[in-house]
Design a protein around this ligand. Structure first.
Ligand code: HAM
Length: 420
């Protein structure tokens, strides 16, 4: 039997895995520069954390969770996202106790039992930040700017789409009117929307079905229902973004698939990605911490989908050469090569040697195939002469160097550089 990875789950192989690492490292540096610190969460939570946090009526909770009973009969779920877990941890560890806001970032795998398609997987990876404790529009604006800077830093230009979904003061009236509109037009809606109209009304606005879209063009708009608090909050977020020179469009129909949002919601979309065009998304969630049993704690955050970001980046070009391959000729040299490789690696420079009993020529070919910059050649001549031959595979040159000489040359190489 030959096994395959589970449906919708991928192996990330080199060199793609190295690009992942680069993207994650860039993200971490940027998040830290904005004052965020890492939180490492369990991959599993009790199912109620997501059911309550994300919302019972959402597609994620209704049909996309990988849930199972543990040996004690409690339902656990592989996390479909991280925000609910962050809120749970915030409450459990009293993270707000020593001052607000609390700024946390995370990255790792998420799991949703979706129908796999391009850009949509069952195991995917997110990097994200959560800023807990501030109700101010400046927190929303900062989070949006950070997300944008991350994407721009990778060379991606995505369209920022923004909206306000209101709050408990104004959304109920809107939902009531939207529901009665949908009831009147129920026959014209797709089966999903008919169900959503009851359980997850806002999501109807998001339907991609053309017939539903035609109906929805006549639906009441959310903007007109916003209370003065939400209106004012939204206006200030827009002002701050304009001040920072950020382009965005307001889309009244942007509602998002998770129930915890209040006020600001946003997405960074790349139209070239097709149907799954959101590279990153987020918004404000002022009641989630309370939902997890904590004090009222307004919060805002976003998550970036790593698979989609990687897909939007130009293809890998093989990368620059780096590191040193130790070519050993003869048994004595092979023994010596071991300690030499050890020294090079201690410098933080990528280094390898032959474990396949290859001829010297084949060792050189292997060094070339593996993208090494130098071959450090150790043969009988070199051993008796007390020198090393350093061959530069880029320049095609070779020189004799004493131990100090090659160590100095190699020490100048970037530690764990490209492809390493
Ligand atoms: P989300 O919109 O569900 O939001 O996911 C955020 C991003 O994760 C999406 O824009 C997309 O890039 C990626 N993503 C989601 N589902 C998949 C999938 N099945 N396959 C591949 N990529 C996917 C959240 O998860 C919220 N927790 C964001 C947030 C953080 N809101 C506030 N703080």
């Amino acid at each position: 039997m030959r096994w395959k990875a589970p449906k919708g789950m991928m192996d990330v192989l080199p060199p793609e895995s190295e690009r992942w690492r680069e993207v994650v490292e860039k993200g971490v540096l940027l998040f830290r520069a904005y004052g965020y610190r890492e939180i490492i969460l369990p991959v599993l939570e009790y199912t109620e954390v997501f059911a309550r946090g994300i919302g019972e009526g959402t597609d994620i909770v209704r049909k996309e969770m990988f849930s199972f009973l543990d040996k004690g009969g409690r339902s656990l779920t592989l996390r479909p996202e991280a925000t609910a877990g962050v809120a749970r941890a915030f409450v459990e560890h009293h993270l707000g106790k020593s001052g607000l806001p609390v700024k946390l970032y995370y990255w790792g795998p998420m799991f949703r039992h979706e129908r796999p398609q391009a850009g949509r997987y069952r195991q995917f990876h997110q990097m994200g930040v959560e800023l807990l404790g501030s109700p101010h529009p400046s927190a929303d604006a900062e989070v949006i700017l950070l997300c944008r800077e991350f994407l721009i830093g990778l060379g991606l230009s995505a369209k920022l789409v923004l909206n306000s979904v209101g709050d408990d003061a104004c959304r109920p009236a809107y939902l009531r009117d939207l529901r009665s509109f949908l009831e009147e037009r129920t026959r014209e809606l797709c089966a999903d929307c008919r169900r959503r109209a009851e359980e997850n009304t806002l999501r109807v606005l998001d339907c991609k079905d053309e017939r539903c879209r035609d109906v929805l063009r006549e639906a009441p708009g959310l903007e007109a229902y916003l209370c003065s608090g939400c209106r004012d909050h939204y206006r200030k977020v827009e002002e701050l973004l304009k001040e920072a020179g950020v382009d965005f469009v307001r889309e009244e129909r942007l509602v998002r698939g998770l129930d915890y949002y209040t006020r600001t919601v946003f997405e960074f979309q790349d139209p070239e990605l097709g149907a799954q065009n959101a590279l990153a998304a987020g918004g404000r969630y002022d009641h989630l911490v309370e939902e997890m049993g904590g004090e009222p704690t307004p919060a805002v955050g976003f998550s970036i989908g790593l698979e989609r970001v990687l897909k939007a980046l130009p293809p890998v070009d093989g990368g620059e050469r780096d590191g040193v391959y130790v070519v050993a000729i003869g048994d004595d040299a092979r023994r010596k090569a071991f300690s030499v490789a050890f020294k090079i690696r201690a410098l933080g420079v990528r280094c390898d040697l032959d474990h396949m009993d290859r001829s010297p020529k084949a060792q050189m070919r292997e060094a070339d195939r593996q993208g090494y910059r130098y071959c450090l050649i150790l043969g009988e001549e070199e051993l008796t002469g007390g020198y090393y031959s350093l061959r530069d595979l880029v320049e095609g040159t070779q020189e004799r160097l004493g131990e100090d000489g090659w160590l100095e040359r190699i020490g100048g190489l970037p530690a764990r550089g490209n492809g390493g």
